[in-house]
Ligand binder design. Sequence first.
Ligand SMILES: NC(=O)c1ccc[n+]([C@@H]2O[C@H](COP(=O)([O-])OP(=O)(O)OC[C@H]3O[C@@H](n4cnc5c(N)ncnc54)[C@H](OP(=O)(O)O)[C@@H]3O)[C@@H](O)[C@H]2O)c1
Length: 267
Amino acid sequence: MSDGRIAILGGGNLGQALALGWTRHGGVPADDVMVTRRRPEHATLLLGGDVKVSADNPAAVDDADIVILAVQPQQLPALLEEIRGSLPGTRLIVSVASGVALESIREALGTDVPVVRAMPNTGASIGASMTCLSADDADEDALQDAAALFERLGRTLVIQENMMTPATALCACGVAFFLRCVRAASQGGIEVGFHPEEALLLAAQTAHGAAALLLEGEGHPEREIDRVTTPRGCTIAGLNEMEHYGLSSALIRGIKLSADRAAGLAD
Ligand SMILES: NC(=O)c1ccc[n+]([C@@H]2O[C@H](COP(=O)([O-])OP(=O)(O)OC[C@H]3O[C@@H](n4cnc5c(N)ncnc54)[C@H](OP(=O)(O)O)[C@@H]3O)[C@@H](O)[C@H]2O)c1
């Protein structure tokens, strides 16, 4: 099923993940997706596949109904300047750049085309992203349009624009935070006797199941924790030891610092 032709400008880590997600998991035909970057030969995840990669931003925009802005925040002004004359046929612009306001994108483009902000993560490549979306009230239809597109890549949540930068910390950076937790758990697994690949499988699938208990079972973390912590048992002993070393505190502090840093990215 097609939502129209999509140009992803900025085929880096996220841009390529989006292209893979839409074409392999989201039902978007590869012919409908075009990715650009200044050095197309570096789009290694897409090379040899069906998604076209080029260095020609205006041509990609000319040919697209939906334009995704997926360059680094500091690279965005030059990109907007380059494409501002090519937008007449565009239905929707979605920026995934962290910390760049809707207003500043609209101003730089000088366009009436609706602009929506989205904050997905690299889980998009396998259809498992958490994507936050935001737009001005006037662009409600465009917001629904964008939400439908990102629902093909996982779950979505519409939020106020002032929450988009904090969302970077929890959703985008969050992938790294949870992966480090899984990696650390697997290293613990090796210490207690598992081979590295076994330990990683056990840790990753256990994390997957724990998350699914919340997402599919609609549980609460503490209720699920109560179910596995018997008095004087091994789970509560391990959990409390982790808390003595600051597990919860480290995550909370890390997410706060990440959100602060994300707020300064566009500068
Ligand atoms: N990575 C994530 O998980 C994630 C999650 C949510 C949001 N974001 C946001 O998504 C954006 C991209 O992040 P990223 O991690 O994918 O960064 P990245 O890997 O550095 O990708 C940015 C890409 O943009 C290309 N580029 C730069 N200027 C360009 C131009 N004028 N025209 C076309 N392509 C251009 C660069 O390739 P060339 O040098 O070859 O041009 C580069 O590969 C950022 O704004 C970030 O805040 C990222």
